[in-house]
Ligand binder design. Structure first.
Ligand code: ADP
Ligand code: MG
Length: 722
């Protein structure tokens, strides 16, 4: 980072001894000046209950109100802020559509600008002639107003007395996110009081020397500055969260998160007892000999990494990353066999029933010749089947239990569970892994994902895991040719399918299904299958599979497709993950514009699984900029890693994994794309601290631990780490 800031960490950083001021910070904002019960209830909606919450409720942007634009100098089409006096506030009704428009005319010493709001006549009451107001918005010339500047629905603030004025104008002001019933201005006033009164109570927790080394201000100074900037004069720097104060707080976020991850990892390595499953090679040896192919170097390397983890008497937590089709399954099989050699059972969890069923069928082919039993558990099984499976699992007769998430939840008891493999589950976050660990057995865990996780994200979501990467495809695969068609080229896409089927190959036709419940989407797939079978591919067997079908019917269709009896499989996105039919060479995706990038890449990965040339045809009827960019990325990149980086860039980190259950921690200020450097520095420091002090008992550790638990304890499921 550049020049040292003017802050001296000694000024306030050493002021507070940890704990002394925590009462002050834990106080309810309700009792602070200008708040009261009504406002407190509204603030609570924003997550602000205590003084501490408020100090950590940061502005999402800033406005330079030291430099208002004069009305005469407004640039049309550009975001501008002006201050002036209310000249007129009236509601007019349009002649044609009888719409009520509230118009607020504001004058400074150079001219008049009018704010207009549609259908909000009640706004009139908030204004009176002569008031000082600030308007922010995009001015446009308006013929109706004599070509004077008009802003549609601008943001506004009424400036009241002089004391207030120094908070709300004449400086760079913070803009906070707000909720109905409380204005930005009101929040800003409350914040000013709280920050002035209590920021000093925040106790420094960063180890000595950090401030100098990273040139960052002490915590109280950073918090003051982020709310009411004094030092940073450039509003653009503040809006980019690149001020020194921002960097300090971003560093904190990453540093405490990484510290938590380092502790989780250390907890596994140093403290908890796991199972040592050395194996004797009797089963794994037979597996490798019996394979119809040679392992790639990457597979062999990763197998060795997993094997040595399992042999150690500490629980394994390993992430196996590898692009679709690289051959992760066989790595899992080897691990399961090693557990079996040591007398332990394994569980394999898959995200969908189709995938669980497919694994069940596929894996039996590996295990049965070795005399080992595989049990299947799904929620839609008949009771009799389920009971039988549960019994086999409980009595330890099943070497492997395959199923969905339900597998590791209540009711399922294993005789001797040693290994859990989680397949294709990129949404399996830190907290869920903690739940699993809490089941008491401390089994080894292997998480496999084909959604390649960009490196920066891997550092945050899977920061406590050891990572193995398969970065090589089996020999003899030819890359999938990807083409983008519009409606008019549909016939050509069908011709391609026909040609492939004549050659003995098979094809998928996938329709989007956003929600399992969306009837219209289901109808599109069902009708699509009918039409294809009847009109387009007469004489070719066309099958249909979707999530609403009965499991037995799904099974029948998948078995038919796998056996090659069904040539063209029409499907909703249920085939997205994991389905493995190497003879399929065409993947046609309808309404490709409606799919996300990761999904498209997963779908494309269903083909190109043999030496036959495969194609992926994207049919897109309409595109906007966003979907256009996704489709272009599909044409450009073949590697899942490039796709994932692109996806992360297009969607941003919050959306990348979907918001719920993502396992992605909620960063308040930090952004893993923008702040990679800070993330890496913070990670290095955090892991360094735990490495030097594995018992985490050096002076300062207590403060650090408290800060970490405060911020991330819940999200990391760390109630017991200590
Ligand atoms: P994924 O990593 O996507 O789960 P799979 O494990 O399903 O991939 O493997 C994809 C296909 O490649 C399977 O048909 C599998 O049998 C085959 N395969 C795996 N490893 C090799 C290899 N080393 N050489 C040739 N084919 C392989
Ligand atoms: Mg797989």
């Amino acid at each position: 980072m550049p020049n040292p800031g003017p802050h001296s960490p000694a000024a306030s950083g050493t002021r507070a001894v940890h704990g002394v001021n925590s009462v002050e910070l834990a106080a309810q904002v309700q009792y602070a000046k200008g708040v009261g019960p009504k406002r407190a209830a509204l603030l609570a909606k924003l997550g602000i209950v205590t003084v501490r919450d408020a100090l950590y409720y940061f502005p999402f942007r800033y406005e330079d109100r030291g430099n208002f634009r004069k009305v005469a100098h407004l640039t049309y089409g550009q975001y501008e802020t002006v201050m002036g006096e209310v000249m007129d506030a009236r509601v007019v009704t349009t002649a044609r559509r009888r719409m009520k428009i509230f118009e607020l005319a504001v004058r400074d010493d150079t001219g008049v600008v009018t704010g207009v709001w549609f259908n909000q006549p009640f706004m009139q009451r908030a204004f009176s002639v002569g008031q000082k107001v600030v308007l922010s918005g995009i001015p446009k010339p308006d013929s109706y107003h004599g070509f004077r500047a008009v802003m549609e629905s601008p943001e506004y603030e009424v400036i009241e007395d002089d004391e207030e004025r120094t908070i709300h104008t004449g400086r760079i002001v913070p803009i906070y996110r707000t909720t109905a019933g409380i204005s930005v201005r009101a929040i800003r006033s409350v914040m000013k009081g709280l920050v002035d009164g209590h920021a000093g109570a925040l106790s420094e927790f960063l180890p000595e020397g950090f401030h100098e080394r990273f040139r960052i201000p002490a915590l109280p100074d950073a918090v003051r500055e982020v709310h009411f900037p004094e030092t940073e004069k450039d509003v653009a720097v503040l809006n980019a969260r690149a001020s020194r104060a921002h960097k300090r707080l971003i560093f904190d976020e990453f540093f405490l998160l990484q510290l938590g991850l380092a502790l989780l990892k250390r907890g596994r390595v140093v403290e908890s007892d796991g199972i040592s499953m050395k194996g004797d090679g009797s089963l794994t040896g037979r597996l490798v000999k019996g394979l119809p192919f040679r392992l790639t170097a990457a597979q062999a390397r990763v197998m060795a990494e997993v094997a040595s983890d399992m042999a150690r008497p500490k629980p394994m937590s390993r992430l196996l990353q590898g692009d679709v089709g690289c051959g992760k399954t066989v790595v899992a099989v080897a691990a399961i066999l090693q557990a079996a050699e040591s007398g332990y059972q394994s569980a394999l969890m898959a995200p969908t029933e189709i995938l669980a069923e497919q694994h069940y069928l596929g894996l039996r082919r590996y295990f049965e010749p070795l005399g080992l039993t595989v049990a299947l558990l799904t929620s839609s099984q008949k009771k009799k089947e389920k009971d039988a499976a549960l019994k086999e699992i409980a009595e330890g007769r099943a070497t492997l239990a395959v199923g969905t998430h339900a597998l590791i939840q209540g009711g399922v008891a294993f005789g001797r569970l040693g290994l859990v493999v989680v397949d294709e589950q990129h949404r399996f976050g830190v907290a869920q892994r903690a739940v699993l660990k809490g089941k008491g057995a401390n089994p080894d865990v292997l998480v496999m994902t084909a959604t390649p996780i960009p490196r920066t994200l891997a550092l945050t979501v899977y920061g406590d895991l050891d990572v193995s990467v398969i970065d090589e495809m089996p020999a003899g695969r030819s890359p999938v040719m990807t083409r983008l068609f519009d409606e008019s080229a549909r016939a050509e896409a069908y011709r391609l399918i026909k040609k492939e089927v004549e050659k003995g190959r098979q094809a998928y036709v996938v329709f989007p299904l956003v929600e399992e419940s969306e009837k219209s989407d289901l109808k599109a797939a069902t009708e699509g299958a009918e039409r294809l079978g009847r009109d387009v591919f007469p004489g070719i067997s066309v099958g249909l599979i979707h999530g609403k079908m009965k499991p037995a019917d799904k099974d029948l269709v998948m078995t038919g497709f796998r056996a090659g009896d069904i040539k063209v499989l029409v499907a909703t996105t249920v085939v997205e993950v994991g389905v493995d039919v190497p003879n399929a060479t065409v993947m046609l995706i309808e309404h490709a514009e409606r799919f996300g990038l990761a999904q498209l890449h997963q779908l494309r990965g269903r083909v190109g699984r043999s030496s036959h040339q495969s194609s992926c045809v994207l049919i897109a009827s309409s595109q906007n900029t966003a979907s256009g960019e996704r489709l272009m990325a599909m044409l450009r990149s073949r590697s899942g890693f490039d796709i994932a980086e692109e996806d992360l860039r297009l969607r941003g980190p919050g959306e990348f994994f979907g918001t719920r259950q993502s396992g992605l921690p909620d960063l308040v200020l930090g952004n893993i794309l923008r702040d990679t450097k800070i993330l890496e520095a913070a990670r290095k420091e955090a892991f360094g601290i735990i490495e030097k002090d594995p018992t985490f008992s050096s002076p300062g550790a207590a403060r650090l631990r408290a800060a970490m638990m405060d911020k991330w304890g819940d999200r990391l499921g760390m109630a017991t780490v200590g």
